[in-house]
Design a binder for this molecule. Structure first.
Ligand code: 3PG
Length: 420
């Protein structure tokens, strides 16, 4: 593992400890109830290690403007239920209400702050660790905390104040989940069995295209199969009209990142025509009916929201013959039963293959749990973009921050540093 400090290296008893977690969870659009609590369960080992500390949890849910951008009150209740302990919650992040609540914390108590993405600077301030350390949140919270624990592996690819801003302010150490994720993915990549397939879907098309670029150019993946929103974009860029509705959906979803994503995707298609596998058919939602259409039969003025049956069979066969499979994101709108076929068949193929399958992405993890497939997978990561970036060999700011903090603070802490 990277040279970072862990909870083994610090004495937390009686200390005030900030824990950044990623419990960003899928929520039902109509009711805002949790569809899955995998990420909430995953932070319990870290909280158990901190049972004698005063714990302040920093977390986010979704992004401003999205339907599921909510407060973290529901997360605190769900965590309390799972942990069997009361979790305090405050509708504030670093203002007077938060500071009061922190002052009242006793050893063994846990306080969750509100959604950190409700802080304007969390969303707008970019830059290096010291720029982020000057944000109001980091200044306020590092003044009252002794240690920062980063357990937000799923967010380690973001460099924001709540992830990397504490680097040089207080000792920053990896939580249990962060350590587990790094060890599991490292062990899959140490000697990957070939062929290594990346299956990239979901709606974060910009992240997936960047990762496809890295994985192919660095020779990590032998082949990339595209599904979900990534497939729609690649099909369109291959010269097929997908219909205005589908085109506009991509433009709106990607916003400012649309043009740069298209440029990267175009050069990938030009440079790796034999390694990027596009669907031969897609399923359209025509008046609430699933209609499988060959790519040659496009465009269609209806949402294309699943892989077609032929493409699903092709990717499932490739998975069964692969040595390593890296999967991220659903193949379609799996919430609609008629359009879950591609996603579920691909997951079944990952469970049945003899290859080592690494599953990434919040929705993917949710489905793996729902269909009870976790024990048949190599590793189910809580990370989506983070696990893909890590696999692609990119430096994750969250991990780089832990390394930098370890260099600065190792001599000041009470326990010896593990040389691993
Ligand atoms: C995720 O769900 O991948 C993480 O919580 C990061 O979310 P983001 O892509 O909105 O930064």
């Amino acid at each position: 593992m990277a040279r970072v400090l862990t909870l083994d290296n610090v004495n937390v008893e009686g200390k005030t400890v900030i824990v950044r977690v990623d419990i960003n969870s899928p929520m039902a659009p109509a009711t805002n109830t949790f569809l899955d609590d995998t990420r909430i369960k995953a932070i319990i080992p870290t909280l158990n290690r901190l049972s004698k500390a005063k714990v302040i949890i920093l977390a986010h849910q979704s992004r401003p403007g999205k339907y599921d951008f909510t407060s973290t009150l529901g997360h605190s209740r769900e965590l309390g239920r799972l942990l069997g302990r009361q979790i305090k919650w405050v509708d504030d992040i670093y203002g007077p209400k938060a500071m009061d609540a922190i002052e009242q914390l006793q050893d063994g108590q846990i306080l969750m702050l509100n959604n950190v993405r409700m802080d304007e600077q969390e969303m707008s301030v970019c830059g290096d660790f010291s720029t982020l350390s000057k944000t109001k949140m980091v200044q306020a919270l590092s003044g009252i905390a002794d240690i920062f624990v980063n357990d937000a592996f799923a967010c380690a690819h973001r460099s924001t104040a709540s992830i990397t801003g504490f680097t040089h302010e207080i000792p920053c150490v990896a939580g249990e989940l962060m350590g587990h994720e790094i060890r599991m993915i490292d062990s899959a990549l140490d000697n990957p069995q070939r062929p290594c397939l990346a299956i990239l879907g979901g709606i974060k098309v910009d992240d997936s295209v960047t990762v496809a670029d890295n994985m192919l150019r660095q020779g990590i993946a032998d082949d990339v199969w595209v599904t979900g929103g990534v497939a729609n974009m690649m099909v369109e860029l291959s010269g097929v009209e997908i219909g205005d509705l589908n085109h506009n959906f991509l433009v709106n979803e990607l916003g400012d990142n649309y043009h740069s994503t298209v440029e990267t995707a175009k050069s990938l298609l030009a440079d790796f025509p034999d390694k990027i596998h596009l669907p031969v058919d897609l399923a359209a939602n025509i008046e609430d009916n699933r209609v499988d259409l060959l790519i040659d039969d496009l465009p269609v003025e209806a949402p294309l929201i699943d892989l077609g049956i032929q493409s699903t069979i092709a990717v499932s066969t490739a998975i069964k013959n692969a040595g390593t499979i890296i999967l991220n994101g659903p193949a379609g709108v799996f919430e609609l039963p008629d359009f879950s076929l591609g996603t579920i068949e691909i997951l079944n193929a990952c469970a049945e293959t003899d290859g080592y399958a690494v599953m990434g992405g919040g929705h993917t993890a949710t489905l793996v749990m729902k269909y009870d497939l976790a024990s048949k997978m190599g590793h189910v990561s809580t990370g989506g973009g983070a696990s893909l970036d890590y696999i692609a060999g990119r430096t994750l700011p969250g991990i780089a921050s832990l390394e930098a903090s370890a260099k600065q603070f190792a001599v000041e802490i009470t326990k010896p540093v593990d040389p691993q």
